[in-house]
Design a protein around this ligand. Structure first.
Ligand SMILES: NC(=O)c1ccc[n+]([C@@H]2O[C@H](COP(=O)([O-])OP(=O)(O)OC[C@H]3O[C@@H](n4cnc5c(N)ncnc54)[C@H](OP(=O)(O)O)[C@@H]3O)[C@@H](O)[C@H]2O)c1
Length: 326
C-alpha cells in the first residue's frame, strides 16, 4: 500500500466550493495509453489526490470512469470527496449540453465539479494532427460566438449537472471583453504556467476577478507531443534558477516547479503515470516550503516560453500563432 498524503493546500472558489491546489493531469500527450492513465488515476486517488483534470479530447474519460466506479464501489473514496473537471472541445461549442452529457456518461458521474470551455475558438482539429495542419473553417475569436457557448454552460450550471464554470486558454484582452457579459462568472481559469512562462499579468487579472488560476504544463511538459515542440523552447527543469533551488532543497527540479506554483497561488495539475512522480508531486506541497528568497530567484526564470502555441487553430489568413493570444 502506497503512502497516503494529507493536508494538501486548497482554494475556495467563488461558488464556495473547495478545490485542492494539486490535481492529476490526464492528457497522455500521445505517449501514454488510456489504460495507463486510468491506472494512474486509481493509484493517485489511493495516494491522496482529490482533484482530477479531465477533458473529452483526452479520449480517456471512459477508462477513467471505470476506475472511478471501482474506487467508489470498494469504498476508497466517495464522489463528494473528489473534485473532477472536464472540458467542452472546440467542435462542440454549439452543443455543449450534448458534450457534457457524454463526459458525464463516460466518467460515470451525475455531476462535474468544474466544466471548462477548453479553447475560446470553435476551431476543430482531429486529436494528434500534425502541427502544420489547418482547418479552412477555422475562425478568429468572436465575443458573440464565445458568449453563445458560455450561455450554454450557464444553463448547464442551472441544472446542477456542473457545479462551477471555467475558461481556458484565454488572454486578458479576451477576458476583459467577455466577463462583463457573463451571468455566471468563471470560477477558475486554466492557463499555461511554469517557471519559464509565468503569465504574471493574466495571473493577476484572474486573482483580481476572484477567479482561481489553474496552471497547466506546470513542469514544462517534458513529454509533450512532437507537434508542440519548437527549437526555441526551453526546458524548465534545466533552468539555472530551478536547478539552484532544487539543489538547495535536495529535491527534483519538477517538484520545485510544483511548489513554486502552489506557493504563488495557483492550482497546479501535473501529469504523471509513474507512482513515484505523482506521489512526490502531491507530497511536495505539504512540506519543506520554498523561502521568499527562492521564490524571487524563480521569478527570474521567466523566458516568455509558451509551449502550447495552438497553431493548428489558426484561421485562413492568420500566419502567426501569436495571433491566437491577442
Ligand atoms: N487546458 C488546456 O488547454 C491544457 C493544455 C495542456 C495540458 N492541460 C492539462 O495539464 C496537465 C499537465 O500538463 P502536461 O502533462 O502537458 O505537462 P507537465 O505536467 O508539465 O509534464 C508532465 C510530464 O512531466 C514529467 N514528470 C511529472 N512529474 C515528474 C516528477 N516528479 N519528476 C520528474 N518528471 C516528472 C513526466 O514525464 P515522463 O512521462 O517523461 O516521465 C510527465 O509526463 C495535462 O495532463 C492536462 O490535464 C490542459
Amino acid at each position: 500500500m502506497s503512502e497516503f498524503i494529507t493536508n494538501v493546500p486548497t482554494y475556495t472558489l467563488n461558488t464556495g466550493a473547495v478545490m485542492p491546489a494539486v490535481g492529476l493531469g490526464t492528457f497522455g500527450s500521445d505517449k501514454y495509453s488510456p489504460e495507463q492513465i486510468a491506472a494512474a488515476v486509481s493509484g493517485a486517488v489511493k495516494s491522496g489526490y482529490r482533484m482530477l483534470d479531465c477533458a473529452s479530447v483526452y479520449q480517456n474519460e471512459d477508462m477513467i470512469g471505470k476506475v472511478l466506479d471501482e474506487l467508489f464501489k470498494d469504498g476508497t473514496v466517495k464522489r463528494e470527496d473528489l473534485f473532477i473537471t472536464s472540458k467542452v472541445w472546440n467542435d462542440q461549442h454549439r452543443e455543449v449540453r450534448k458534450a457534457c452529457m457524454k463526459s458525464l456518461k463516460d466518467l460515470g458521474l451525475s455531476y462535474i465539479d468544474l466544466y471548462f470551455v477548453h479553447w475560446p475558438f470553435p476551431n476543430y482539429h482531429a486529436p494528434g494532427c500534425n502541427g502544420d495542419s489547418r482547418n479552412p473553417d477555422s475562425k478568429p475569436f468572436s465575443v458573440d460566438e464565445f458568449m453563445d457557448t458560455w450561455h450554454q454552460l450557464e444553463e448547464l450550471h442551472d441544472t446542477g449537472l456542473v457545479k462551477a464554470l471555467g475558461m481556458s486558454n484565454m488572454t486578458v484582452s479576451k477576458l476583459s471583453r467577455v466577463l462583463p457579459l457573463c451571468r455566471i462568472k468563471p470560477a477558475a481559469l486554466e492557463m499555461e504556467c511554469h517557471p519559464s512562462f509565468q503569465q504574471q499579468e493574466l495571473f493577476e487579472y484572474a486573482k483580481a476577478h476572484d477567479i482561481v488560476p489553474i496552471g497547466f504544463c506546470p513542469i514544462g511538459s517534458p513529454s509533450r507531443p512532437e507537434r508542440d515542440r519548437c527549437s526555441t523552447d526551453v526546458a524548465d527543469m534545466e533552468l539555472a534558477e530551478v536547478v539552484t533551488v532544487a539543489n538547495k532543497h535536495n529535491i527534483h527540479p519538477a517538484t520545485v516547479c510544483i511548489k513554486w506554483a502552489v506557493q504563488r497561488g495557483l492550482c497546479t495539475i501535473p501529469f504523471s503515470v509513474k507512482e513515484s512522480q505523482y506521489i512526490s508531486n502531491l507530497k511536495c506541497t505539504t512540506e519543506d516550503p520554498l523561502t521568499e528568497e527562492e521564490m524571487d530567484i524563480l521569478k527570474g526564470a521567466e523566458r516568455n516560453c509558451r509551449l502550447v502555441k495552438g497553431q493548428v487553430f489558426l484561421w485562413p489568413g492568420a500566419t502567426d500563432w501569436k495571433q491566437l493570444w491577442e
